[in-house]
Design a protein around this ligand. Structure first.
Ligand code: GLV
Ligand code: MN
Ligand code: MN
Length: 459
């Protein structure tokens, strides 16, 4: 059942997170005011918990840190049944909040609340509902449901926004299907053609067009970003900074770039018992060089440049994956990030060269695929200032910071004045089943977001 604000506040102060996150730090202070937020906070909490059922096997309500299961998070890649269900849940909530819902040709969903000056550029606000494989229920969902909640709060107050508000749900932010991150927003800002996006295939060979049709989210409307003046996204930080510093709100200044490199290494599958060591073309042994290369070179850049470079081999498919078979083929998914484009590009180039050098060293073939790179983006000083002012007006402490995670905001920022609000992630954990943010911190985020929307819609 729903807790009162008071109960929410107490649960924060009393939660030591057991041994799960390796250290004990209290969540950022709760800033509920008595009688003010019980129902409003409960509404948002209910949306996050209810949407967290979709893609969790078996479906189960997770409404407190100690109800998390370290093995079982949420999995809802674009085009999955879970992705369809969570979209439909969000559309219902948008309609209940009085929003006029439209779906664009790449499956992005928009819910519009008109304003007293409908001809003025809108304030767009939202995030994504797809997830990584076995991730948490807050990543993306918080930004969508807090945007809907902000509209509900404005409705409850009878608040008259001048600029229209557009609540947005972007397609395929995570890249857990269709081979690239930030898919829907990349098309929206014109960095990828619609037909090219719709023709991308997932691991089952389905095109994005087929996946959207299956879910009932293949629209034909095209959102004109020329009609949008500002974009704001509330998100969990997904890193340790706010949690460790015990600061409730982060205001993002720069978002890291993301470069993915896909490689297929083709050796020769053969019998593990009969194939002499000197006669092997083992694709996994070659791949091991690359795993080590990425880790070593990212570290060297950090040491040499003091940069924020990170490099990860997060995906590895080994074929045929049998204990008594020399691996014949390996697919690697490599993730490279930095807030400085030059650093990211230089590591990407070095990794591509290292991959090519495997051909000579191990006698394997190497195919490389480079999905579009998302460049690092600074966010708009004007929106940063408005978020800072809004947090102060709400009486909630805030600090400026960068985002190591990627977000649709970095695409939208190339066309629209954009800002991001972060709330703390317990233990800095995300993209994992133990991802958690305290309800009191969720409420702080919702309040700063609502105040930001108020300020921006009057601008
Ligand atoms: C998206 O969440 C990313 O940072 O990979
Ligand atoms: Mn996200
Ligand atoms: Mn994510």
């Amino acid at each position: 059942m729903a807790e009162s604000c008071d109960a929410l506040g107490k649960s924060v102060a009393g939660n030591g997170y057991g041994g799960h996150v390796g250290f004990q730090v209290q969540a950022a202070e709760a800033t509920f005011q008595h009688g003010e937020c019980a129902n409003m906070g409960d509404r948002l909490k209910e949306d996050i918990v209810a949407s967290g059922l979709f893609g969790r096997e078996p479906e189960r309500r997770v409404d407190a840190f100690d109800t998390l299961d370290p093995e079982k998070g949420v999995t809802r890649p674009t085009g999955s049944e879970a992705n369809r269900k969570v979209r439909t849940y969000a559309v219902e909530k948008m309609k209940e909040a009085g929003l006029e819902v439209r779906v664009d040709a790449v499956g992005n969903i928009f819910g519009r609340k008109s304003g007293s000056r409908p001809e003025e550029g809108a304030v767009m606000c939202g995030s994504h509902l797809d997830s990584v494989i076995n991730g948490g229920q807050f990543d993306g969902a918080l930004g969508v449901f807090s945007a809907i909640e902000a509209v509900r709060r404005l409705n409850d107050e009878g608040y008259e926004n001048r600029r229209p508000i557009e609540v947005a749900v972007f397609t395929g932010e995570e890249g857990s299907a269709f081979g690239m991150t930030l898919l829907g927003s990349t098309v929206l800002v014109g960095r990828m053609g619609l037909e090219e996006a719709l023709a991308r295939r997932d691991s089952e060979g389905r095109t994005l067009r087929e996946a959207l049709e299956y879910m009932g989210y293949a629209g034909d409307f095209v959102m004109d970003l020329g009609s949008v003046e500002y974009f704001v996204e509330l998100h969990i930080e997904q890193g340790p900074v706010l949690f460790k510093k015990n600061v409730p709100i982060g205001i993002v200044e720069n978002i890291s770039g993301i470069a993915w490199v896909y490689a297929t290494i083709k050796g020769e599958g053969n019998h593990a018992g009969t194939t002499p060591m000197k006669m092997r073309r083992d694709a996994l042994v070659a791949a091991a060089d690359i795993i080590k290369f990425v880790e070593k070179h990212a570290n060297e850049m950090v040491d040499r440049l003091g940069s924020a470079t990170v490099g990860t081999v997060g995906k590895l498919n080994v074929y045929p994956n049998g204990t008594n078979i020399v691996p014949g083929r390996v697919e690697l998914g490599i993730d490279i990030r930095d807030v400085v484009s030059r650093n990211m590009e230089s590591l990407k180039r070095e990794v591509s060269e290292a991959l090519q050098s495997l051909e000579k060293k191990y006698g394997v073939g190497v195919d490389i695929v480079l999905p579009p790179t998302h460049s690092p983006e600074p966010l708009a000083p004007e929106v940063i200032d408005v978020i800072e002012k809004s947090a102060a007006e709400a009486g909630i402490r805030a600090m400026k910071m960068n985002s190591g995670a990627g977000h649709d905001s970095q695409n939208i920022a190339t066309r629209v004045k954009t800002g991001m609000i972060f709330v703390p992630s317990v233990g800095g954990i995300s993209h994992a089943p133990m991802e958690w943010t305290e309800w009191a911190d969720i409420e702080n985020g919702a309040r700063v977001l609502t105040q930001t929307l108020k300020n921006l819609t009057q601008n």
